[in-house]
Design a binder for this molecule. Structure first.
Ligand SMILES: NC(=O)c1ccc[n+]([C@@H]2O[C@H](COP(=O)([O-])OP(=O)(O)OC[C@H]3O[C@@H](n4cnc5c(N)ncnc54)[C@H](OP(=O)(O)O)[C@@H]3O)[C@@H](O)[C@H]2O)c1
Length: 266
């Protein structure tokens, strides 16, 4: 019999989200995938259904449109899909200084990466709590834990928000058997840097700083299973996150001066 436990993954058409789909399918979950590119979703749906004999459905949604979250929730309700695993993953970077980017672009980014994550969690969390079973992974970033930089102004701010929000919810959910984790990857191979036009810059970075989406996701699934509030992927990224906590900001800024200039597009 097919698993009736459903996982909802946003941004499942590429990169880290597509890898979550792969690994949750391997674990036997039925899947509901969300993204804008239908051709990619269709390809992933066919491949996963064939390989893992799971039920896989998708909804084409642009999460920058405010009504999308409620429409996803209603789709689940109307199709008797009970979500017990929510992966809020969709996201992208917006290069440039704050005032060089138009408000529409900032607004859409906040809708996709901040409001949608919060609203989808608000929609699906109560049923998980009532069933006393659920997993929520919010994909944040190492950028949410390190010092702020000039350029990509809202990215670090949004990811810091996701870390704090997830951590608070993690504490609230403790007695209801709902596990909530903010996952903080560092540089990860995906389409992310092609989409924001920084591939040329970031590919100069040492290969040691890069992780495969496969490893990021396997660690994320283990972290939420163990109910860790915040999980930073990879020992190098964890070392950076810890150093930032203990060293004076001026020293960190001095040490990172060269790399910030090299890898942040303004
Ligand atoms: N790669 C890294 O180095 C890195 C590091 C730290 C954190 N992260 C975070 O990891 C998450 C996944 O990124 P990734 O690296 O896997 O990037 P990616 O390969 O570019 O995938 C991004 C996903 O988000 C979806 N998406 C983007 N805008 C959307 C919208 N308006 N509505 C619905 N879906 C949308 C894309 O699908 P469609 O284009 O089909 O809509 C795609 O499936 C993001 O939250 C990112 O901030 C990435």
């Amino acid at each position: 019999m097919k698993n009736t436990k459903w996982a909802l993954i946003t941004g499942a058409s590429a990169g880290i989200g597509a890898e979550f789909a792969q690994q949750l399918a391997a674990a036997g979950y039925s899947l509901l995938l969300v993204a804008r590119r239908e051709d990619k979703l269709l390809e992933i749906q066919s491949a996963l259904q064939e390989k893992f004999n799971i039920e896989c459905r998708y909804i084409v949604k642009d999460l920058s449109i405010p009504s999308a979250n409620l429409e996803i929730f209603e789709f689940c309700h109307n199709n008797n899909i009970r979500i017990s695993y929510l992966v809020n993953n969709a996201g992208y970077g917006v290069p440039g200084d704050f005032d060089s980017v138009d408000w529409e672009t900032h607004h859409k980014m906040l809708q996709v990466m901040l409001t949608s994550v919060t609203e989808l969690t608000h929609l699906f969390y109560p049923a998980m709590k009532a069933q006393r079973e659920g997993f929520i992974i919010n994909i944040a970033s190492l950028a949410g834990l390190v010092i702020p930089t000039a350029g990509h102004t809202l990215y670090g701010a949004v990811k810091s928000y996701l870390i704090k929000f997830s951590h608070s919810l993690h504490l609230e959910a403790k007695d209801s058997n709902v596990h909530v984790t903010a996952l903080c990857p560092g540089f990860t191979y995906s389409e992310f840097h092609d989409v924001n036009g920084t591939r040329g810059m970031v590919s100069k970075m040492s290969k040691k700083m890069w992780m495969k989406a496969e490893d990021v996701v396997a660690q994320g699934l283990a972290a939420v299973k163990q109910n860790q509030a915040v999980y930073v992927n990879g020992w190098r990224n964890r070392m950076i996150a810890n150093l930032v906590k203990i060293l004076p900001e001026k020293l960190v800024r001095f040490l990172m001066k060269g790399s910030i200039k090299k890898y942040r597009k303004r």
